[in-house]
Design a protein around this ligand. Sequence first.
Ligand code: PBG
Length: 321
Amino acid sequence: MSETRPILRLGSRGSPLALAQAEAAKARLGETHPELAAEGAVEIVVVKTTGDKQQKRRLAEIGGKGLFTKELEDALFDGRIDVAVHSMKDVPTWLPEGLSIPAILEREDPRDAWFSSKGDSVAALPEGAVVGTASMRRQAQVLAQRPDLKVVNFRGNLQTRLRKLGDGEVDATMLALAGLRRMGMADKATAVLSTDELLPAVGQGAIGLEVRADDARAHDLVAAVTHAPSALRVNAERACLDVLDGSCRTPIGVLAEFGEDGKNAAKVRLRALVAAPDGSRVWRAERAGAAEQAESLARDAGAELRKAAGEAFFEALADIF
Ligand SMILES: NCc1[nH]cc(CCC(=O)O)c1CC(=O)O
C-alpha cells in the first residue's frame, strides 16, 4: 500500500463543534483548490488539550486569554499542523509573533440562541427565573434587562446542558446559534435572540484559519478561501475589542454588519457594548460609515466605551484575576 501524504494538515480541537468547523474548512479548501479535493489531500489532526493541571496553570497565568487557541498554536509552531482552525470568538486580538490569520470563512449567523420552556425570550421569563450561563457577556445583558433573574454558572456540552435544562436545574440558557447550526441542532433552540436583546461576542459565528507567517504555501492556499465581507466584519469587531482590551471576564459585545439592512456592502454599522457583570451598568456605542473605514470606526467606538466606563472599571475587572 502506498502511503499518501497529506498536502495540508488542519489542526482542530477534538470537540464535536471544533471537528464540524474543521470539516467545513476542509470542504471550502477542496472547492477552491482541486488538488485539495482529492481523498487524503487534507488531513484533520486532532490536537489534544493538555492535562487539567496544565490548563489551570494557564488559566491563572493568562487570565483565560488564548485558552482555546494555545495548543493549536503550539502545534503550528512545532510543524505538526499547517493550519489551525479556530472559532474566531475564542481567538485573542493579539496573535503570537510569527502567526497570522489569512482567512475568515463565510460567517454563520452571529446571534445567540435561547433555550427555555418558561418563556421564548429574556423578557418572557417568569419573575426570579434561573438562567444558566458561564458567559459574562450573556450574564450582564440578561441582568441589565431583567435584574430580578438569577444567573448561575453553567457548563458542559450541548447534551449535558439540555439535560440540566430538562431536569429543571435552570429555567433558561443560551448558546451561539452558529455552533448549533454547524452541528445540525438549531431546531433544539426555543428562539433566536435579537441582537438588540443580546449583542453577540466579537467574531461569534466566524471560523478563522491560522498559519505560520513564514509558510507561504499554507498561507496562499488558505488566503484564497477567505470571505472578504466576513473578514471585514470580524476584523472591525476585533479592532474594537483591541481598544477595549477586555479579558474573557469582561462583558463585551460587538457586532459589525453591512448597511442598514445588512446587505449594502459599501456601508457598515457597528454596535458595541461594555457592561458591569451584574448588569447594573451598560455602556453602548454605535458607528455607521463607509466599509473601508470599518476598523477606524470600530476603534473609535471602543475608545468611546473605554472613556465612558472609565479606566477604574476595567482595572476592577482585571483585579478579579
Ligand atoms: N466560547 C465557546 C464557543 N466558541 C465558539 C462557540 C460557538 C461557535 C461560534 O461562535 O462560532 C462557542 C460556544 C457557544 O458560545 O455557544
